[in-house]
Write a protein of this length. Structure first.
Length: 456
C-alpha cells in the first residue's frame, strides 16, 4: 500500500500544475487502482480529472469503483453520458456497472444505456436494474462460465475457453440443464482426473448452495459465512441460473451495513463522511439532538412536579444522574445484544417470547446486585431506614428490570415491522429509559415520603 506524504502530494500537484503529462503517467504507472483512488481523494476535483484522463479505460473503470460514492458522483457529474458509457460501463462487470448507474438520475441512466455498444451487456444491465438493490438480484453479476450437463468433456473445455476470454476472474463453472436450470458445479480438477468422461453430469457436484434473486442481502451474507464461499449462483423462482454473487460484493455490502448501523446507534439520521460539508453533517446529527432536548425538557417537567419532595429531602436529588444513566446503559446493552443476534442470524424474531423471558432473568439478577450495592452504600451514608436509602434501591431495581426488557422488546418489534433494529441501540433507548427511570424514581419516592410521614 502506497503512502502519500505531504511532500509527495505537493510533487504531484506541481506536475499537474505545469501539465507534465509524461511525468504524471510515470507516477501513475504500476499503481494499484485502490492506490490511485486514494491519491484522487487527496486532490482537488480538477487535479483528479487531469490524472483520470491519462489512464487507459480498463484501469480507469477499476479506479472508479474504488472511489468513495460522493467522489465518484462528483467525477461523473461533469462527464457526458457517452463518455461514461464508453470509458467506464463498457469496461465493468455488469454488477459494478449497475452500481454506477443506480447512483445517477433516471434521465442520465437512459442516456448512458443508449450509448453502450454491447447490446447484450446493455440488456443484462437493464434486467439487473429491475431488482431491488438490497436483494441478491441487485448485487449479482451475469459474467460466469456455464456448461450444459449433457456436454462431453472436449465440448465442455471448448465452451469454457470461449466464455473465459471476456472474464477477469473465474470462480466456479456452473452446470445447467436444457432449460437453463442450475444442476450442479463442475470442479476444474475433474478436467484432469476425468478427461474422457462421456457427459459432464456424471462428474459434476450436484445441489450446489444457491440463492434466489429476491433473497435479502443480509441472508446472502450469512450463507457466504456459513458455507465459506467465494461465489454463489443466483437462481429465479423456478431454479433457472440468472447470475452469480462474489464474496467481495458481499463484503462491501456488509461493511456499508455495519457503518450504517453504527451511525444509527450513534444518533446519526443519514450516512455521513468526514469529508461531507458542514450542512450535510449538521442535517444528519441535529434531529436526534433535538429529540434529546425534548427528552431533557420532559425530565425537567417530571422533576418540577417533585419540587416539594426535594425540598423535604434534598438528598434524593443526588441520585438523579445514577437512576437515569444506569437505565440508559442497561437498555443499550440489551438492545445491542439483540441487534447483534438478528444481524448474524443467531436470533430469530419468532423466538421473541423466549428471548424476552431470558432477558427478564438477566435483568432480575443485575437489578438485585446493583440495587443491593447502592443500598449498602446508602446504609453508611444515610442509615438503613432512611427514605433515600430505600427509595433509590427500589427505583434502581425497577429501572434496571424495565430497561432490560424494554431494550429487548424494541429491536425485536422493529425487526418484525421491517424497520432497521439498529435504531434501537442509540439515543432512542437512552432517552426513553432516562424518562421512564425518572418517572419510576419520582413515583416510588413520592409514595415512600408519604409513607414516612414527610410533607410533600
Amino acid at each position: 500500500m502506497k503512502e502519500y506524504t505531504p511532500e509527495y502530494l505537493e510533487h504531484i500537484k506541481e506536475i499537474i500544475g505545469v501539465n507534465d503529462i509524461d511525468a504524471a503517467r510515470k507516477e501513475l504507472d504500476g499503481l494499484h487502482p485502490a492506490d490511485i483512488a486514494e491519491l484522487y481523494q487527496n486532490l482537488d476535483l480538477d487535479e483528479a480529472e487531469f490524472l483520470y484522463k491519462l489512464l487507459d479505460d480498463d484501469v480507469a473503470a477499476d479506479v472508479l469503483m474504488e472511489l468513495d460514492e460522493d467522489d465518484r458522483r462528483k467525477l461523473l457529474s461533469d462527464m457526458p453520458a457517452e463518455d461514461i458509457a464508453k470509458q467506464f460501463i463498457d469496461h465493468l462487470d455488469t454488477d459494478d456497472a449497475v452500481d454506477i448507474i443506480q447512483e445517477l438520475d433516471e434521465e442520465d441512466r437512459d442516456e448512458i444505456l443508449s450509448h453502450i455498444d454491447d447490446v447484450e451487456q446493455a440488456g443484462d444491465i437493464i434486467d439487473l436494474l429491475k431488482y431491488d438493490e438490497d436483494t441478491a438480484g441487485g448485487l449479482m453479476g451475469t459474467e460466469m462460465i456455464v456448461v450444459n450437463e449433457n456436454w462431453s468433456m472436449p465440448e465442455c473445455i471448448k465452451q469454457m475457453r470461449m466464455q473465459a476470454e471476456d472474464m477477469d476472474e473465474i470462480y466456479y463453472v456452473y452446470v445447467v440443464d436444457n432449460d437453463y436450470r442450475l444442476r450442479g458445479v463442475f470442479p476444474l480438477k475433474k478436467m484432469i482426473t476425468h478427461p474422457s468422461v462421456s457427459k459432464i453430469k456424471h462428474v459434476m457436484e450436484v445441489d450446489p448452495v444457491s440463492v434466489k434473486a429476491d433473497t435479502p442481502i443480509d441472508e446472502v451474507a450469512l450463507d457466504f459465512e456459513k458455507y465459506n464461499l467465494v461465489a454463489m449462483p443466483v437462481v429465479d423462482s423456478i431454479g433457472r441460473l440468472v447470475g452469480r454473487i462474489t464474496v467481495d460484493d458481499v463484503m462491501d455490502q456488509v461493511r456499508e451495513s455495519t457503518e450504517r448501523d453504527y451511525q444509527l446507534a450513534s444518533g446519526l439520521s443519514t450516512d455521513v463522511e468526514t469529508t461531507d460539508t458542514v450542512y450535510t453533517q449538521t442535517k444528519a446529527r441535529l434531529p436526534w439532538l433535538l429529540i434529546g432536548i425534548l427528552g431533557g425538557i420532559g425530565n425537567s417537567l417530571i422533576l418540577g412536579n417533585f419540587e416539594a419532595g426535594f425540598a423535604t429531602n434534598p438528598a434524593m436529588a443526588l441520585f438523579i444522574p445514577l437512576i437515569g444513566g444506569t437505565g440508559g446503559n442497561v437498555g443499550i446493552q440489551s438492545s445491542a445484544i439483540i441487534v447483534q443476534g438478528l444481524a448474524n442470524g443467531s436470533l430469530d424474531v419468532k423466538s421473541s417470547a423466549r428471548q424476552l423471558l431470558k432477558e427478564f432473568g438477566v435483568g432480575l439478577i443485575n437489578a438485585c446486585i446493583i440495587s443491593l450495592l447502592v443500598f449498602g452504600y446508602n446504609v453508611f451514608a444515610f442509615g438503613a431506614s432512611h427514605v433515600t436509602t430505600i427509595a433509590v434501591s427500589l427505583s434502581l431495581f425497577a429501572t434496571v428490570l424495565f430497561a432490560s426488557v424494554f431494550g429487548t422488546f424494541v429491536p425485536l418489534t422493529l425487526e418484525r415491522f421491517k424497520i432497521d433494529p439498529a435504531l434501537a441501540t442509540g439515543p432512542f433507548i437512552s432517552i426513553t429509559n432516562d424518562i421512564i427511570g425518572m418517572v419510576i424514581y419520582m413515583c416510588i419516592s413520592s409514595a415512600l415520603l408519604v409513607a414516612f410521614g414527610y410533607p410533600i
